[in-house]
Design a protein around this ligand. Structure first.
Ligand SMILES: [Zn+2]
Length: 331
């Protein structure tokens, strides 16, 4: 058993309470490579922002759970080395699929876990979440649960259709499970293809404009659970310039579309205190690598193309912290 506290990590409790009060959201960036980790830490230190580094089941499979845990520990030490005396870094499990997965993360140094029982019926979701909460709270680890289903594909998590969270269910769910935060479905979606062209309208340049988020549902949930931390998954914006760069240098991502940043800014000012961003980092990395290799066909040292890729991700993370989430200077 390794406690996250000995690794220098923190849980989400205090940072969420502060974020809900302060009208901003904490960035939750997925990571599974060293370059992503470095870019996240550099961005968080430069902007003096708390940050959640999260790993999905796919990331655990790709990088190995032990390595990821040491990378998170390394992230804390790296932040200190960069001049941040008291970094607030959370190591969070994204979309935990079972009690066993959550337990193994808690036992190996995670400070926060998500148990995703959203595919279960309401009663079963409560039962599973409650079991995880009981174990997690014994170790001062915070738990995110989910009600409602997001559409889209993210690693092993996928659903064809979204089902919005029902505001009339949230009080019973939060009370019975004792979860610390709740991921809801109000129209965000996993992946780089959040909406089909049929679900969108087109602007005058022919670019897709996605349907707006269901702010009325968010409002109704806030009314039922005043001050309770709300989480938005699937909140990448799929920047068009990155998609264009990828397509220009041999990629093929037609009609990729995300959530407009103006919508996320509005959400961050509410009880939404954690916003998950994964696809935008993947796009920034891939665009930079494609461009570099196309322009430098004789280069083959990975450090040559991973350097601009890391820079590009860092720029994107800083942009999100400053312009979308509002967590700059909130350490
Ligand atoms: Zn998710």
């Amino acid at each position: 058993m390794v406690s996250y506290k000995t690794l220098g990590l923190v849980n989400t409790k205090k940072m969420f309470a502060k974020a809900v009060k302060g009208g901003y959201a904490i960035p939750a960036f997925n990571f599974n490579t060293m370059e992503q980790m470095q870019a996240i830490v550099q961005a968080a230190v430069e902007t003096k922002s708390p940050v959640i580094m999260q790993v999905s089941k796919g990331a655990r499979k790709y990088a190995n759970p032990t390595i990821l845990r040491y990378m998170a520990q390394g992230a804390v030490e790296y932040a200190k080395e960069l001049g941040c005396k008291k970094p607030q870094i959370v190591l969070h499990l994204d979309h935990g699929d079972s009690f066993e997965t959550c337990k193994s993360c808690i036992d190996s140094g995670f400070s926060s876990v998500m148990i995703d029982g959203s595919h279960l019926d309401f009663k079963e979701n409560i039962k599973l979440t409650k079991k995880v909460v009981a174990y997690a709270h014994k170790h001062d680890v915070t738990v995110e649960a989910e009600l409602g289903v997001l559409a889209g594909v993210e690693d092993e998590v996928s659903a064809a259709q979204s089902h919005y969270t029902k505001p009339e269910e949230v009080i019973e769910f939060a009370t019975k499970t004792g979860c610390d935060s709740l991921a809801i479905s109000i129209g965000t979606s996993h992946g780089a293809y959040k909406f089909t062209p049929e679900q969108c309208t087109r602007d005058k340049n022919g670019k897709l404009v996605p349907p707006p988020l269901a702010f009325d549902i968010l409002k109704a949930i806030e009314k039922k659970l005043p001050g309770f931390p709300i989480v938005l998954h699937g909140s990448s914006s799929v920047p068009q310039d990155e998609v264009d760069t990828i397509n220009k240098f041999g990629g093929k991502l037609p009609d990729a579309v995300g959530i407009p940043e103006s919508q996320l800014r509005k959400a961050a000012k509410s009880a939404v205190c954690k916003i998950n961003i994964d696809s935008d980092s993947r796009l920034a990395m891939t665009a930079a690598i494609r461009k570099y290799l196309a322009e430098n066909p004789s280069h083959f040292d990975p450090r040559q193309y991973l350097t601009p890729a890391r820079e590009s991700m860092k720029k994107m993370y800083i942009h999100k912290i400053e312009k979308v989430l509002g967590s700059k200077g909130k350490l």
